[in-house]
Design a protein around this ligand. Structure first.
Ligand SMILES: Cc1cc2nc3c(=O)[nH]c(=O)nc-3n(C[C@H](O)[C@H](O)[C@H](O)COP(=O)(O)OP(=O)(O)OC[C@H]3O[C@@H](n4cnc5c(N)ncnc54)[C@H](O)[C@@H]3O)c2cc1C
Length: 453
């Protein structure tokens, strides 16, 4: 039934590879076009003699059934690794000290992170009126329901951790739909979460455990497992300067000096700013609500020590609220979370700098960043001398898409274009979430939709 279909996927990141994997399972012909010589997009694992580290995402969340199913299907080719139990402990920087984010009612009362006023005020959260503005920012929503100190010391660092973003820009309806729906469906975060916990869960829902994961040997092993199952011959790398043409019912792909024709569908998984060059026939005005999508600039700093002499690393890591005005967004204790990342007595840490409100930091060069890290490590990580055995920086100009109040227009534009040009699918993190699990879900849903149409 699907014999006539031939799909071109642009981009060999996790979205493109997952789509290809499920297209292959459905018996649909496809080819992936990747402009670089690396397969995996931002997912990349590197190793030295002593350290195994990521230069893109460091971990994911088992946030939906699709990511759990994918690991189950690939279990002979890559081994899911769930983070150490200490990952439940999350630290927040306040007034020159790390504090654990409360994990129960007693710590919620005693924590110095939130003001006494807000701690009392939170008791009234279930009774507060539901919001009516779908484009309300996360900042407004949290101030309204929970209070300023919760925004500053729980939600702000949380949004830095996922989006490197600004809660006053991010719109929950698009960026955190589960949170948005709690208020819309149940009228309260607290009441909604409690009610949801009691609702019966389907077997599929139960797979979304929200555990933190990586893969034994690093996230790139997931990429290798996907490529093995897809067949490496279906992935064309170094296909530079792609532009797509539309010829009657089919699409043609032009790249380097080559042309490939006969595609019934084109799936893009690239960042928004790439779309104008890919689709000259659509035109800039029609694409602009999509290409205007903002991205956070981030620099990822990987720091390894053969022998760690700083503070005890018994947590997921720490996040630094914007109002604390430090030079890092957060630090992940990678050698605590996952096996074989650093020598036995050593440590591997990933630090993120920059983000939507401190972009200038992401532009610094390696020497400047090293000086910055030396200061921050002495204060925040308890090291007396900053002499790491591994120090690497990876810069991202377009790290994470920011789903703001322009999202409604962007999604509308995507829908119009997909309707006007049958067979065109604009995927990737321009919509449907930025996390690895979101990307996997989108890839699987898209392949299923194409197979069923
Ligand atoms: C620094 C960083 C940290 C992150 N941390 C986490 C985390 O901890 N947990 C989590 O769940 N998620 C995290 N994310 C997000 C997550 O990694 C990404 O959303 C996801 O990997 C993106 O996959 P993708 O396939 O959609 O896009 P990409 O990985 O960006 O892949 C797109 C591919 O398209 C190619 N391409 C682009 N333009 C063209 C073109 N014109 N022609 C051909 N090919 C093209 C690119 O080279 C690339 O290979 C992080 C992202 C970054 C950048």
């Amino acid at each position: 039934m699907n014999d006539h279909k031939y799909i071109a996927i642009i981009g060999a990141g996790i979205t493109g590879l997952t789509t290809a994997y499920y297209l292959k399972k459905a018996g649909i012909k496809f080819k992936i076009f990747e402009q670089s010589d690396h397969i995996g997009g931002v997912i990349r694992t590197k190793s030295t003699k002593n350290f195994l580290y990521e230069t893109g995402p460091n971990s994911g969340v088992l946030g939906n059934a699709e990511i759990a199913d994918l690991f189950e299907e690939l279990k002979n080719d890559c081994k899911l690794e769930i983070a150490d139990h200490s990952s439940a402990r999350r630290l927040i920087w306040k007034k020159n000290k790390w504090h654990a984010l409360p994990s129960g009612p007693v710590s919620a009362i005693t924590t110095p992170l939130f003001s006494l006023y807000d701690k009392f005020r939170i008791l009234g959260e279930p009774f507060r009126k539901k919001g009516t503005n779908p484009n309300e920012s996360l900042g407004e929503l949290v101030r309204r329901r929970m209070g300023k100190s919760f925004l500053n010391y729980a939600i702000d660092p949380f949004i830095l951790g996922i989006y490197a973003g600004d809660p006053d820009y991010i719109v929950p309806k698009y960026a955190l739909p589960k949170l948005y729906n709690l208020e819309q469906q149940y009228g309260s975060f607290i009441g909604g979460a409690l009610k949801k916990r009691k609702e019966p869960k389907s077997d599929q829902d139960k797979k979304a455990t929200r555990e933190i994961f990586s893969v034994e040997g690093g996230l790139e092993k997931l990429i290798k497992a996907l490529v093995k199952n897809i067949g490496v011959n279906h992935v064309h790398t170094n296909t530079k300067n792609i532009s797509v043409r539309r010829l009657h019912k089919f699409f043609e792909i032009h790249y380097n000096d080559a042309i490939e024709s006969g595609f019934t569908d084109i799936i893009t998984t690239v960042n928004a700013h790439e779309l104008n060059a890919l689709f000259p026939f659509i035109g800039k005005p029609k694409l602009s609500p999509i290409t205007n999508l903002k991205y956070a600039k981030v620099t990822e700093v990987t720091i390894g020590f053969n022998k760690w002499e700083g503070i005890k690393l018994d947590a997921f890591g720490g996040l630094v609220p914007y109002r604390e005005q430090r030079n890092i967004l957060g630090v992940l204790y990678m050698s605590t979370l996952f096996k074989n990342r650093a020598p036995k007595e050593g440590a591997l840490l990933t630090i993120f700098i920059g983000g939507i409100r401190r972009e200038e930091l992401a532009e610094l060069n390696e020497d400047e960043i090293k000086k910055l890290m030396a200061n921050e490590f002495k204060l925040m990580m308890g090291v007396s001398k900053f002499e790491p055995d591994l120090f690497k920086t990876t810069h991202y100009q377009h790290a994470i898409a920011q789903y703001g109040a322009d999202s409604e227009e962007r999604i509308k534009a995507i829908n119009i274009i997909e309707k006007d040009y049958k067979g065109l699918h604009l995927a990737g993190s321009i919509g449907n979430g930025v996390g690895i699990a979101d990307r996997v879900k989108q890839g699987k849903d898209l392949a299923t939709q194409i197979a069923e149409n």
